[in-house]
Design a protein around this ligand. Structure first.
Ligand SMILES: Nc1ncnc2c1ncn2[C@@H]1O[C@H](COP(=O)(O)OP(=O)(O)OP(=O)(O)O)[C@@H](O)[C@H]1O
Ligand SMILES: [Mg+2]
Length: 304
């Protein structure tokens, strides 16, 4: 999201702002109002919500909209309040908070209302949420502040350490998306990418070629944290529900589910079937959309 420093004239969000990250002149700031799943900048979050509401809301309608916001499971009451306040301040009429793993589960069509265990692992930008869901509720959940951003940081640190090359945030994310991998693949040596950055020693721009194996190595730490979180969740799942998970498997959602081979790695490490959601990046939004259509479902699931 972009806000002009003087009087907040321009607000750009999404792709448009992302392209500007690390490339702005002094009078423009790029801000990530939400970081690690919670609000980092209250005013900016409000501005962003206002922008979204204006963008999607029927302009002829004078009623302020009903807003459903996905929050990481396990955020504190104070954090919940902050999210609600930001939404209300930006003109929402009714604000419902739903736990993201719940929304994701609904989005991918899991039978959340049944008395059977479903495990969903949502690997987002800031957090990875592991949740076991049964009877419209989260039976167990554990969130770690490790996700796509930490993967980007790990790649950046690796390239800096190994090649003395400083690369920007956008570049690192692109490397992760194009070349990132969590599992040893046959073609890994052949998958390479040219990376441009600034040489830390000479200070001038330089290009290096990097392959998939290197990026897999760079990602070891964040990936292991995600694996540990899944193991912990499995250990803490009541036996009857665990039995269901053995049959149904683990469902992966969130952008991180698109990391090459992450499903194979989790399958290997847990021995359980792993299914990547059809549209991992939009599972939550689709789930929330279903709740908007089914108010009954929403009322059962909202946590406030
Ligand atoms: N093909 C891909 N491979 C690996 N990572 C990807 C891919 N596509 C997107 N991502 C990563 O997924 C993350 C965004 O996922 P998502 O939209 O689920 O997160 P979020 O919901 O915004 O974050 P959070 O849930 O932590 O609040 C980013 O870190 C992005 O780099
Ligand atoms: Mg998310």
């Amino acid at each position: 999201m972009v806000i002009r420093k003087d009087n907040k004239k321009t607000v750009a969000v999404g792709r448009e702002a992302k392209r500007m990250l690390g490339k702005t002149p002094a009078n423009i700031m790029t801000i990530r109002p939400m970081k690690e799943g919670v609000i980092a900048d209250f005013d900016a979050t409000g501005e962003m919500l206002k922008y979204f509401i204006k963008k999607v809301h029927n302009r002829r309608s004078f009623v302020s909209p009903r807003v459903i916001i996905g929050v990481p499971s396990g955020i504190t009451q104070v954090e919940q309040r902050a999210v609600k306040d930001a939404a209300e301040a930006s003109g929402a009429r009714e604000v419902y908070l739903v736990e993201e793993p719940m929304a994701a589960a609904i989005g991918v069509g899991l039978p959340v209302g049944e008395p059977s265990g479903n495990m969903i692992v949502d690997i987002g930008g800031g957090t990875t949420d592991v949740a076991v869901i049964s009877l419209d509720g989260v039976v167990y959940c554990k969130a770690v502040r490790v996700g796509g951003d930490k993967m980007d940081e790990a790649i950046m640190a690796y390239i800096k350490r190994r090649y003395s090359l400083m690369v920007g945030e956008m570049t690192t994310e692109q490397i992760k998306i194009n070349l990132g991998s969590a599992f040893i693949m046959e073609d890994a040596e052949k998958r390479v990418m040219d990376i441009k950055g600034r040489d830390l020693i000479s200070g001038i721009p330089k290009t290096i070629t990097i392959n998939e194996n290197e990026i897999r190595e760079a990602l070891t730490e964040p990936i292991n944290i995600i694996l540990d979180t899944i193991r912990l969740a499995l250990e803490n799942t009541p036996p009857e529900l665990a039995a269901d998970i053995v049959d149904r498997g683990i469902v992966l959602a969130g952008g991180g589910a698109l990391l090459r081979g992450i499903d194979l790695l989790i399958k290997q490490e847990t021995g359980l079937p792993v299914i990547v959601a059809e549209n991992p990046l939009t599972a939550i939004v689709i789930g929330v959309g279903k709740m908007l259509d089914e108010l009954e479902l929403l009322r059962r699931i909202a946590i406030n």
